[in-house]
Design a protein around this ligand. Sequence first.
Ligand SMILES: C[S@@+](CC[C@H](N)C(=O)[O-])C[C@H]1O[C@@H](n2cnc3c(N)ncnc32)[C@H](O)[C@@H]1O
Length: 240
Amino acid sequence: MRRGETPLGGVQDTGGELVLRREAGALVLAGESSRYGKPLRVDFAEGRAAHRRRFGGGRGQLIARACGLAAGVTPSVVDATAGLGRDAFVLASLGAEVLLIERVAQIHALLEDGLVRAASDADTAEIVARMHLAHGDATRELAALVAASGIAPQVVHLDPMFPHREKSALVKKEMRLFRELAGDDDDAPRLLEAALDVATHRVVVKRPRKAPPIAGPAPQHVIEGKTSRYDLYVHRSLKI
Ligand SMILES: C[S@@+](CC[C@H](N)C(=O)[O-])C[C@H]1O[C@@H](n2cnc3c(N)ncnc32)[C@H](O)[C@@H]1O
């Protein structure tokens, strides 16, 4: 069974137990620190997200270009692999309405808690008002989740897990915990098919720079950065 499908509140793992608990007002997911490092939590108002919001480079950022945000063009986006909401927060900071879909119950719970806390912070309230969270498996129920949200799926953004994508020891520990919950997302080819069916304008897939594209149709465009790459599957222009 996929680990995220176990009930909320604690997951058994060969290396120890993962538990959701409150720490200084925030929901955190914690495991044995020597194995997993610091507990996982979602913070939009502080840390990396806040820094990127202030100094990140606006619509020149790779993700913004890949999703088609340009002068006078702000598409609505479905982030069907929401994770900890970092990419979705960048897009919402730039003005996009974003539907975030996450299938792992514990990750969804962290995300929901992060959104609630950010909604009462003056710096982030207006941004997270554009972020709409849904719990479900986008491979199986993308069309239904999108219809229920009322958000237009002009762009579908996908960032499925990929083995060994990060190098630093710190990130590795964080990723270990995350990966044990999320698994390897080996149904990504079916998720891409579902996304291509639903997106009205384009599907954008984030990959590690040297990874092969998701199995299936070839992307029409590729945008490369230092460590990541975006594969673009374009149905029609966002500028019309
Ligand atoms: C690499 S992480 C995404 C990180 C995210 N882009 C961010 O900025 O935080 C992949 C996430 O997508 C979720 N996921 C993968 N396939 C999914 C699907 N079919 N439906 C919903 N969530 C999915 C995984 O559970 C995991 O949390």
